[in-house]
Write a protein that binds this ligand. Structure first.
Ligand code: HEM
Length: 601
């Protein structure tokens, strides 16, 4: 049984350490780190967790490495970083202190991992010992095409399982590795602390892996590039205008009422299309229509009529082509870009879907814009704002609006599918969510308003936990503007650096029982869960100035619809497990058949 270090003692030790640390020069820090590793020279302090706030990443990394190599500290000891805090009383806790101090219903999540190898031993050394880029590990490939051929072998890695490939490779090569697939090389980082270095170094015009087939298509059709593919000044101009309307909670909340109405209609629709097994045939199509209607209400302040019994043929065509578009895009993103020279079969398929999709998107946006000019009743705050902004011409406004229709439907639809699937598979979590909704309704004395729904913590945690298990956009990345040290290696400016989001989300070092669906983990405080690990949730939306522009809208839509669905139905699942595959975003590998049993039955 581990010995408990008195909290006062540990706090005193660390407080005095931190004082010395702040005053010390860089050269002295190394010896201080050594002392840090000897905080408690009694070998029987095992297992223990040092939570050291106010230490910067570099020193922390070295401290972890020292802790791992030090004979006094047990190899299972874990050093957990926290961001600097004002409250220094919380700076140092052993694992036992933390548990004793908290009556956390989820205590197990505080248990130190069984094997902390990748967090400690693999964390590299101080910047003085930075290794050159050439020594960075990674799978060996051929000149010019790298590992591309491996992906065509029967038992080789698969593009549509890239998230698993990265997870496995990081287990083999450690917290950083590089891989060249075709003519494109990526550095993959699997430690949140190390990826933070890249985030901190982000410049004014962040740049991620380009969606080349989309830019190629848009340029060929003389369309504006849109936010997703534009770069530099062009991107910045559009982004600054759009952010004001889309990232402000107050702006997005203005549409919560309309979105709640759509969610109500959606619940009615689900109820009416249930088959004899109480399952909803083509649930994905139903969710697509709900997501399109929801984003439509933000763009057009009008109903598109998708969530009813008679959606227009245009809506159906939009949805079919949207699915086809993302499916066809996936292989184009990884293969050699031959389509830039000759339109390949694969590209033509993509182009066909894109033509139909953009034609409908343009039609909807242009129709609205012309209505707004002729009919004083017809309004759209969002489109009007962009047109009045003066920074964007009408081609750019249309382009950005169409992008919201395309980008905002596939992503939300698939996240909702995963949410419903995980809830159906986890009655405990579903029941907890239902209890939360019921209690809130009792307190409210009736139906919940959108504002009340926005405050339900467990509902939010369910979405977070779903995105952790199924990070639909598994590949957050940036080109770094300047040379950087990451995980002990020199990463030259201009490299494409990607966060191994799926690998981190499924790493037992960071998330207790990562394969379990435990929304509670997101309700823990900063003392109970390492804030850096906690902040990993945000990465599924990207980061910094270029993070997902639709995040607020997506979260709002999902919280509203999920609450209403779980309030109305008990969800269950009675088939083989669904597996994730990439169709640009992470989708289920087969139609998801969920049983929706009305709770009042
Ligand atoms: C669950 C839903 C969604 C997820 C997980 C998601 C995730 C992401 C991610 C990871 C990025 C890249 C960010 C970066 O590079 O830092 C992104 C960008 C983007 N997303 Fe989303 N997204 C979602 C929903 C939406 C919605 C609803 C919309 C539109 C209403 C939208 C529009 C966009 C746009 C336009 C960009 C490009 C932003 C830019 O480059 O400035 N997304 N999204």
């Amino acid at each position: 049984m581990a010995r408990i270090m008195p909290p006062t003692e540990s706090s005193r030790t660390v407080t005095s350490f931190l004082k010395r640390w702040r005053k010390s020069k860089q050269a002295e820090k190394h010896s201080l780190i050594k002392q840090a590793a000897h905080f408690n020279p009694e070998a029987n302090l095992q297992p223990s967790v040092f939570i050291m706030s106010a230490l910067r990443n570099v020193s922390l990394r070295a401290c972890k490495a020292l802790a791992a190599s030090n004979s006094v500290m047990p190899s299972s000891a874990r050093v957990v970083s926290t961001s600097p805090r004002k409250d220094q009383s919380a700076v140092a806790l052993t694992f036992e202190d933390a548990v004793a101090a908290k009556t956390c219903p989820f205590r197990k999540s505080l248990e130190p991992p069984r094997d902390t190898g990748s967090l400690t031993a693999d964390l590299g050394s101080e910047p003085a010992e930075v290794k050159p880029f050439s020594q960075m590990p990674g799978p060996q490939g051929l000149p010019f095409i790298g590992t591309l051929l491996q992906y065509f072998k029967k038992d080789g890695p698969k593009f549509n399982k890239m998230f698993e490939v990265q997870k496995q490779r990081s287990e083999e090569f450690g917290p950083i590795y590089k891989e060249q697939i075709g003519n494109f090389r990526t550095v993959i980082v699997s430690s949140p602390w190390e990826y933070k270095k890249l985030m901190r170094a982000e410049g004014k015009y962040p740049n991620r892996k380009p969606m080349d087939p989309i830019s190629h298509y848009r340029l060929a059709r003389d369309m504006g590039l849109g936010l997703v593919t534009a770069q530099g000044e062009e991107w910045y101009k559009q982004r600054s205008a759009v952010s004001k309307k889309m990232l402000k909670l107050t702006e997005v909340a203005k549409f919560a009422g309309h979105m709640a109405d759509i969610a109500d209609d959606f619940v009615t629709r689900l109820d009416s299309v249930r088959d004899e097994a109480s399952e909803v045939p083509q649930l994905d199509k139903e969710l697509f229509k709900w997501a399109l209607e929801s984003i439509g209400t933000f763009l057009f302040e009008d109903r598109l009529g998708c969530v009813g019994n008679n959606p227009s043929s245009m809506t159906k065509s939009f949805i079919e082509n949207l699915e086809g578009f993302f499916k066809a895009l996936q292989p184009l993103l990884y293969n050699l870009p031959i389509y830039k020279l000759v339109p390949t079969k694969m590209y033509k398929k993509f182009e066909g879907h894109a033509d139909k999709l953009f034609e409908i998107g343009h039609h909807l946006v242009e129709k609205k814009m012309s209505e707004m000019q002729t009919d004083s009743e017809s309004k759209s705050d969002f489109l009007q704002y962009l047109m009045d902004n003066g920074n964007m011409d009408s081609k750019e406004v249309t382009s950005v609006a169409v992008e919201m229709l395309t980008g905002g439907v596939e992503t939300v639809t698939n996240t909702m599918t995963w949410c419903l699937y995980t809830l159906a598979k986890n009655p405990r979590a579903q029941n907890k969510m239902y209890q939360e909704i019921r209690e809130a309704k009792e307190n409210a004395g009736g139906e919940l308003s959108p504002e009340q729904i926005a405050k339900l913590p467990y509902v939010k945690a369910v979405v977070k936990e779903t995105l952790r298990k199924y990070p639909i956009t598994y590949a957050t990345s940036r080109f770094n503007d300047s040379d950087l040290e990451i995980a002990g290696y020199q990463v030259p400016a201009g490299s494409h650096v990607q966060a191994n989001l799926f690998g981190m989300y499924h790493n037992a070092d960071y998330f207790y029982q990562p394969e379990e669906f435990l929304p509670e983990r997101w309700l823990m405080s900063g003392q109970q869960m390492d804030p850096v690990v906690k902040s990993l949730y945000h990465l599924v939306w990207g980061h910094g100035a270029r993070m997902c522009i639709g995040r607020r809208i997506a979260e709002q839509e999902m919280h509203l619809a999920l609450t209403k669905i779980v309030d109305k139905f008990s969800l269950s699942y009675h088939h083989d497990d669904v597996e994730p595959v990439l169709n640009t975003v992470m989708t289920p590998d087969r139609p998801v058949r969920i049983r929706f049993t009305p709770r009042d039955q």
